[in-house]
Design a binder for this molecule. Structure first.
Ligand SMILES: *Cc1c(COP(=O)(O)O)cnc(C)c1O
Ligand SMILES: [Zn+2]
Length: 395
């Protein structure tokens, strides 16, 4: 296992702390051996061991080279796949802290402990910080999270504090917090676990592998994912490239990466065939993807190219309409996750489609409570007549 620069190819050891190449570009984990059979992973589904029940560590030979005893697992993953109206929804909101971030965090924190770190940090729109806080608590590490002040959804902030992290509420946006945490980790010797950390990406690959396993290794036509900092888009591209090269699947699914139109730098680049990288000042109701300068840009470009993928943007109205429909299916998700269904509609996708719902419905209660129709929430006096009037007034 080693780290390779995605731009200039320089190799670095995996057992020394390093996030980027000397040339400034991103690093990717590379393995010397890769399993060619999926039988071991399929057999582990019957096991009662935590590391086999984990939807990340079930694939451990293709995730991280480490002794079983060193793994820090909740366990996480093993999320459900729902079929509604002919579309499949992989609900990553069913992870232990309510978002897919746990899949990357279990690997990054395992690596942090192995490297001897005593404190870990991230910048976050809320879900990474909740996940970091939970895994730091489990591993006994100090947790420091940089969040945009006043911009984090209530559920995520409450979790982060409950699990015991220290929050630095930065008077600025996510991109400012991201830049600050990178400097802070360099200066203070804290281990950085944002998705710039290549081990996060290794864990997030398992979203795709697990859904392929759920489909008995028959690849779907489309995998649709929200796009913010582009860690997931990057991880999905790597997961598919590795699965295809190893013969786990014979067909390459296409990735559809969906942004909110108020936070669409990746879409802008895609529209120009990736001629240049864009940075924007981000604003959208979908706070998890309110990101103007995505860190994993180069890896995500490769993911779209390698999978003949597409990038689309949807408006806040479109994503909130899709969220309402996902909620009313009895599934529920946070606003950012609903960009997937909104994107399927906008792109008029056909064939077998898997939408990855990235976060739980309870993450962002305000997005629901601010828009309750009058006939759905009725305050009454405590009398049976008032109840009758209310019931009879229903449309
Ligand atoms: C982090 C997050 C995203 C964005 O994923 P990236 O890997 O940053 O593109 C989308 N939805 C939810 C709920 C998230 O927490
Ligand atoms: Zn380099």
């Amino acid at each position: 296992m080693k780290l390779r620069c995605i731009a200039c190819g320089t190799i670095y050891p995996a057992d020394k702390i390093r996030y980027t190449c000397d040339c400034g570009n991103l690093l990717s984990v590379e393995r010397d051996t890769f399993p060619t059979s999926t039988k071991l992973f399929d057999d582990r589904r019957a096991s009662r061991r935590s590391i086999d029940q984990s939807g990340v560590w079930r694939f451990r030979e293709a995730v991280l080279d480490i002794d079983d005893a060193e793994i820090v697992t909740h366990p996480e993953g093993s999320t459900r796949l729902y079929e509604r109206d002919g579309i499949l929804f992989k609900h990553e909101g069913e992870n232990p802290t309510g978002s897919f971030k746990d899949r990357g965090m279990t690997v990054a924190v395992t690596q942090a402990v192995r490297l001897g770190a005593t404190a870990i940090a991230c910048a976050s729109t809320g879900n990474t910080s909740a996940s970091l806080a939970a895994y730091a608590a489990q591993a006994g590490l100090r947790a420091l999270v940089f969040i945009p002040a006043g911009k984090v959804a209530a559920g995520k902030l409450a979790q982060t504090l409950a699990y015991g992290a220290t929050c630095l509420a930065v008077r600025g946006d996510f991109d400012a917090a991201m830049s600050l945490v990178r400097q802070a980790c360099d200066r203070l010797g804290i281990y950085l676990v944002n998705s710039i950390n290549p081990f996060r990406i290794e864990g997030q690959k398992t979203i795709v592998w697990e859904l392929l396993q759920d489909l008995e290794w028959n690849a779907p036509d489309w995998i649709v994912v929200p796009a913010g900092n582009l860690g997931n888009t990057s991880a999905f591209g790597k997961a598919l490239a590795e699965a295809h090269a190893a013969g786990w699947i014979t067909k390459m699914p296409r990735i559809a990466s969906i942004q909110a139109s108020g936070a669409n730098p990746f879409f802008r680049s895609y529209r120009e065939k990736f001629a240049q990288r864009h940075r924007v000042t981000a604003e959208t109701i979908a706070s998890a993807i309110r990101i103007g300068d995505p860190v994993s840009y180069e890896k995500a470009v490769a993911a779209i190219r390698d999978t003949n993928g597409v990038v689309a943007e949807v408006s806040d109205e479109e994503l909130m309409a899709a969220k309402r429909d996902i909620d009313r299916m009895g599934i529920g998700c946070e606003p950012a996750s609903a960009t997937t269904l909104a994107g399927v509609r906008k792109l008029k996708l056909t064939g077998q489609i898997v939408c990855v719902l990235t976060g739980h419905v309870l993450k962002d209660p305000d997005a629901i409570l601010k828009n309750v129709p009058a006939e759905q929430m009725i305050e009454i006096d405590p009398t049976i007549d008032a109840v009758e009037r209310a019931v009879k007034s229903l449309p």
